[in-house]
Design a protein around this ligand. Structure first.
Ligand SMILES: NC(=O)c1ccc[n+]([C@@H]2O[C@H](COP(=O)([O-])OP(=O)(O)OC[C@H]3O[C@@H](n4cnc5c(N)ncnc54)[C@H](OP(=O)(O)O)[C@@H]3O)[C@@H](O)[C@H]2O)c1
Length: 235
């Protein structure tokens, strides 16, 4: 895909992986809209990236619908959806609650599902389009206190595979990218970005991977890609 003038909806573009991805894609000539819950963070990211800001919480169906309509009104269609917005919660299985499960699944699973459905309605008739789900290495292997977060990313991975099976015959590419730990504001309630460290993955590393898989010719796609830091232990 040549990114020039491609219409890209990227959720969670106000911080971290989404923000750096939006910048790379705008710099490559794409038309990018970013979403996020906090208006001020979003406006700052829009100034940094050159992307179009749409303030919306994807865990709320009315806001999700409104954000998609705003995007379509602006660019009259969609070429790429990047389901990047995600949140974490890591309680012991002894402390889980229905509310916590719902909160995480609304953002990490239900939001991406509804947005992909909306995008597919445009992509199927045009016989082109790409959907990228940002999973996690937690989508591949769970861990202690991972019952909520890893389960949400396993669910996202299941949806990726289902959409691949449904949409390939319409020439639509569905890919999942699984970062391991990235130094961002992820799981920080104050939303403060973590200091970069030479041995840890940066948001930019994931952004390069996203841009690279998008730029493959439309006849090709990478179903799933995992990114690890080379030496996170700094041995
Ligand atoms: N950082 C890691 O170690 C890591 C590893 C593997 C996978 N991932 C995945 O990578 C993705 C991006 O994470 P990140 O590290 O860049 O996290 P981050 O720095 O916390 O950024 C998350 C972005 O999503 C937005 N967001 C969160 N919930 C939202 C909602 N309900 N509606 C709309 N926007 C929402 C946030 O903005 P607001 O807070 O303003 O809404 C922010 O722009 C997530 O799916 C995460 O699970 C991260």
């Amino acid at each position: 895909m040549n990114l020039e003038h491609k219409r890209i909806l990227l959720t969670g573009g106000s911080l971290g992986i989404g923000k750096e991805t939006a910048k790379l894609l705008v710099d490559a000539g794409a038309l990018v809209a970013i979403t996020g819950r906090d208006h001020i963070r979003l406006e700052k990211a829009a100034a940094y990236t050159g992307a179009f800001p749409i303030c919306a919480d994807i865990s709320k169906e009315d806001q999700l619908n409104q954000s998609f309509e705003t995007f379509i009104d602006k660019w009259k269609g969609i070429d790429v959806l990047i389901n990047n917005a995600g949140i974490g919660s890591f309680p012991s299985m002894l402390d889980i609650t229905m509310e916590k499960y719902e909160e995480i699944f609304r953002t990490n699973v239900f939001g991406p599902a509804l947005l992909a459905k909306k995008a597919a309605h445009y992509m199927i008739p045009q016989k082109s389009g790409t959907i990228i789900n940002i999973g996690s290495t937690a989508a591949l292997k769970s861990f202690e206190k991972g019952a909520i977060y890893a389960a949400s990313k396993f669910a996202l991975r299941a949806m990726t595979e289902a959409w691949q099976a449904e949409l390939r015959k319409h020439s639509i590419r569905v890919m999942q990218i699984n970062p391991s730990e990235v130094a961002t504001a992820f799981n920080n309630q104050e939303r403060i970005e973590r200091e970069a460290a030479t041995n840890k993955l940066r948001s930019l590393d994931i952004a390069y991977a996203i841009k690279s898989v998008l730029e493959l010719d439309d006849r090709a796609f990478i179903p799933e890609l995992s990114l690890w830091a080379t030496n996170p232990w700094n041995l």
